[in-house]
Unconditional design. Structure first.
Length: 277
């Protein structure tokens, strides 16, 4: 069993982005909008700012109070859509209850939508003609590639069907000619389906969900989960100690998929700049 080191792979992606920006003398701006006081969001946003600094991207933070209205947020997005210094716009989710997330996302210019959450970008991913990939699935692809595993013809099983991870993840694996199955809460014989997987990606959000009996000997296992266990410790969906001995490669949590998401955001911001030039 080999551990896939997300820190090393993400560092390489960030260095690639940094070197290209420096080499081409690019001036790039990323607007990061956060509304309210969600603690996890605050940590994510700070990490995104740090990564920008590393890569030579200017970050513009807009930290708005919880009581910000939908109208005010739409106006800010308008302003950022029209600001030439801003190449990428990221509105950190979740937004407060009184704001319609979908409405805000659809208001972001698709050319600046570095999360690839806008329907136009989601549609482009579906047809395989895309500029941006959603950061987490794109990060998972980088991790799989880093193992040297060929995806074409392999049985790939994705657990979870969210718009942010599961669905685009399935598309990316399909674009690389994997044979893809998407499992979810209504899937029958889940363990049996998962046991078919040469490449198993879990994005469920439940600690200890993927157990050793669900994993084929020699599988590549990617854990997208970010959960707290009973002791409050950060852990993924996979029962790591039980599953790891069966895998050819496995990602740890933390230090697997997590660091990749931000690295891919940096790459998307560079792509946005090029798209707009
Ligand atoms: N909240 C949790 N993950 C993400 C993400 O990738 N993008 C945004 N905008 N919000 C998030």
């Amino acid at each position: 069993m080999q551990l896939i080191d997300g820190k090393t792979v993400s560092q390489a992606v960030k260095e690639r982005v940094r070197d290209e920006i420096a080499h081409d003398g690019l001036k790039i701006g990323l607007a990061v909008v956060i509304v309210g006081n969600d603690q996890a969001s605050r940590v994510y946003v700070n990490n995104k700012k740090k990564a920008c600094e590393f890569c030579g991207i200017t970050s513009y933070e807009y930290a708005l109070p919880e009581e910000t209205t939908e109208e005010q947020l739409l106006e800010l997005v308008d302003t950022l859509n029209n600001d030439g210094k801003v190449n990428g716009i990221l509105v950190q989710l979740p937004l407060p209850e009184h704001i319609n997330e979908k409405k805000i996302i659809e208001h972001i210019s698709p050319m600046k939508d570095v999360d690839a959450f806008h329907a136009v970008n989601v549609g482009r991913i579906m047809i395989g003609d895309y500029a941006f990939l959603p950061c987490t699935p794109a990060g998972v692809m980088e991790l799989i590639h880093s193992t040297g595993t060929e995806i074409a013809g392999k049985e790939c099983v994705v657990i979870g069907r969210s718009n942010i991870v599961g669905k685009p993840m399935a598309m990316l694996l399909l674009h690389e000619n994997g044979t893809v199955t998407v499992c979810h809460s209504r899937t029958k014989n889940l363990a049996e389906v998962c046991r078919r997987a040469d490449i198993l990606v879990s994005a469920v959000g439940r600690a200890g969900f993927v157990t050793a009996d669900m994993v084929k000997e020699g599988a590549v296992v990617i854990d997208v989960g970010m959960n707290r266990n009973a002791e409050g410790k950060l852990c993924g969906d996979v029962d790591f100690d039980g599953v790891a001995p069966k895998c050819s490669f496995i990602t740890p949590v933390p230090g697997g998929v997590g660091p990749m998401t931000i690295a891919m955001l940096m790459e998307n911001t560079l792509r946005a700049k090029k798209l707009q030039s």
